[in-house]
Write a protein that binds this ligand. Structure first.
Ligand code: HEC
Ligand code: HEC
Length: 232
């Protein structure tokens, strides 16, 4: 299918288009689930050197939802992608393509990324985009509680500034929208984000809705020092 047509369909609203049905892989709900198994197209794409210039072209179709800046939307429908580690982007897209992370809205578009080189290219491009500071935030009422919990339970992986860790596939949270993270955190707690890291799930399982709200509000205010995350 032509890229321009895909963009048109995305603008019209992808849900109106009955694309190919997403596969369903065994995730965290299954016995023997292995987080981030090093196999398949993910490994192929990770081995390749992404070309950001070529990736810019491939990103056109993505920009219909995630915006040309990569900033997504504060209403939480579309996550902010700019400056995310390429390793994290490759893992998430491969998981969506493989049916390990359910994303019916995006699946038809992820499905067109069949070439590991194209996947590496588009992720290399997204990683170069600047992380926005005007992302959606929470109401700011429970920031003390949020900070306490973040520093106790999340900072070891997601970092003091929300910088994550590209070598370990820990995502950048700095600049991410409050409403998107709130949905993800609840889905992670409730076992619905099926590609989630089990060590994180174990921690977050004990959280109340109020605690999740507080921590996500705090996370939505994290900012990376100028220059963004350290890139390889
Ligand atoms: C039709 C709209 C749409 C299009 C087009 C689209 N996406 Fe998405 N994307 C989404 C939605 C919705 C989510 C969040 C789903 C959820 O809540 O789990 C998402 C999530 C993601 C994530 C996970 C982000 C994270 O923080 O974990 C990545 C990476 C991503 N998209 C990359 C892309 C790329 C690359 C393209 C182009 C090939 C693309 N998307 C095209 C709608 C879209
Ligand atoms: C053991 C490391 C680890 C810990 C501890 C951890 N996380 Fe995560 N987190 C991850 C990884 C890895 C991902 C990406 C999950 C995947 O593989 O899809 C993630 C993803 C997320 C996301 C979704 C981000 C996105 O872009 O979609 C949110 C929200 C989140 N974590 C919140 C938290 C909170 C809140 C805590 C503390 C209570 C926490 N995490 C603790 C490793 C961790």
């Amino acid at each position: 299918m032509k890229k321009s047509l895909i963009v048109g369909l995305a603008v019209l609203g992808a849900t109106a288009w009955a694309g190919p049905p997403a596969p369903k892989a065994k995730g965290i709900e299954s016995k023997g689930y292995k987080w981030n198994a090093q196999e398949g197209e993910k490994i192929e794409a990770l081995k390749l050197k992404g070309d950001a210039k070529r990736g810019e072209e491939a990103y056109e179709v993505c920009s219909a939802c995630h915006l040309p800046s990569g900033a997504g939307r504060a209403d939480g429908t579309f996550p902010q992608l700019a400056g995310q580690h390429a390793t994290v982007l490759i893992k998430q897209i491969a998981d969506i393509r493989g049916g390990l992370r359910d994303n019916p809205i995006m699946y038809p578009f992820a499905a067109t990324l069949t070439d590991p080189q194209e996947l590496a290219d588009v992720c290399a491009y997204i990683q170069t985009l600047k992380i926005p500071h005007d992302n959606g935030k929470g109401d700011g009422k429970e920031l003390e509680l949020g900070k306490k919990l973040y520093l106790r339970d999340c900072v070891s992986c997601h970092g003091a500034n929300g910088e994550g860790d590209q070598t370990k596939y820990y995502p950048v949270l700095a600049g991410q929208h409050y409403k998107y993270m709130l949905r993800q955190a609840l889905e992670i707690r409730d076992g619905k984000r099926r590609n989630a890291n089990p060590d994180m799930v174990k921690i977050i399982k004990t959280y109340s809705d109020k605690e999740i709200d507080a921590i996500v509000d705090y996370m939505s205010r994290l900012q990376m020092p100028e220059g963004g995350a350290k890139k390889k």
